[in-house]
Design a binder for this molecule. Structure first.
Ligand code: ZN
Length: 252
């Protein structure tokens, strides 16, 4: 497996971002409620705003997953913003920041969870967090953003029978397209869990791209469309370097 990068500040990633198209991964944006089990899945509103302002200030513009990737480098300073699972907090806290910079993003929706909550996490002891309902997804789309599929029920795809894999991959696309009246061209593997059989089904279903999660790095024309690399955006580890930088930047 490639090195696992995590994105907190552009300074640490400027060299990497110049080598190919970076695709940032976010889950939840907003104040972290008490008792959250997986804290790293939260980006605070100020932290998110700072990351976006920093990229905009450095001349970065957002790209869509379907755009042709350059053979080498990232001369146009493009990047992609992805949000997994479809949380309401993204609409509330991230969408205004995106609008301020003229950025667009994609939310990967769990087609069977619209208007519900993250049942797959709750089963593992996490707090419930609301997922966008159909009207909220409509607002997201109306703001110029995109949706992709994150299956019907968020399973670990390599660990379910082939018939269910097919259902999760095909039916989620169909349901989202029927409900929102537009093509759903991008897929994201829940938990970043995929293998060749799963990838082949995603391709057969007609998705133009699929995002991984565990594989990390930037993308070029040589990166397989159905195994795009992403970089997880998260707070830096709280060591002395983090504290020092935080004090300098006023966000510690
Ligand atoms: Zn997910």
């Amino acid at each position: 497996m490639a090195t696992k990068f995590s994105y907190s500040t552009l300074r640490d990633h400027a060299a990497l971002f110049s080598q190919g198209l970076p695709i940032l991964t976010y889950h939840k944006v907003g104040p972290k409620p008490r008792g959250v089990k997986w804290r790293s899945l939260y980006a605070g509103p100020r932290f998110f705003a700072r990351q976006m302002a920093e990229l905009a200030g450095a001349g970065y513009r957002t790209a869509n997953l379907g755009e042709t990737r350059p053979a080498v480098g990232n001369a146009a300073r493009k990047f992609v913003i992805t949000f997994d699972d479809g949380y309401v907090n993204v609409l509330r806290y991230a969408a205004p920041v995106l609008a301020r910079h003229g950025f667009t993003a994609i939310q990967f929706i769990v087609a069977g969870g619209i208007g519900g909550s993250n049942a797959w996490d709750i089963a593992e002891g996490e707090r419930a967090t609301p997922l966008m309902d159909a009207a909220q997804i409509g607002d997201w789309l109306a703001a110029g953003h995109e949706i992709g599929s994150h299956t019907v029920s968020h399973p670990r795809l390599t660990q379910i029978p082939a018939a269910r894999q097919r259902e999760e991959i095909f039916a989620s696309k169909r349901r989202l397209e029927d409900r929102f009246g537009r093509p759903v061209r991008h897929f994201c593997y829940p938990y970043g869990d995929w293998n060749e059989a799963v990838r082949d089904l995603v391709s057969e279903a007609g998705y133009a791209t699929a995002c991984t999660h565990l594989e990390s790095g930037v993308n070029t024309a040589a990166t397989p469309d159905h195994a795009l690399l992403r970089i997880e955006a998260r707070y830096p580890r709280r060591n002395l370097r983090w504290l020092w930088r935080g004090l300098l930047n006023g966000w510690a």
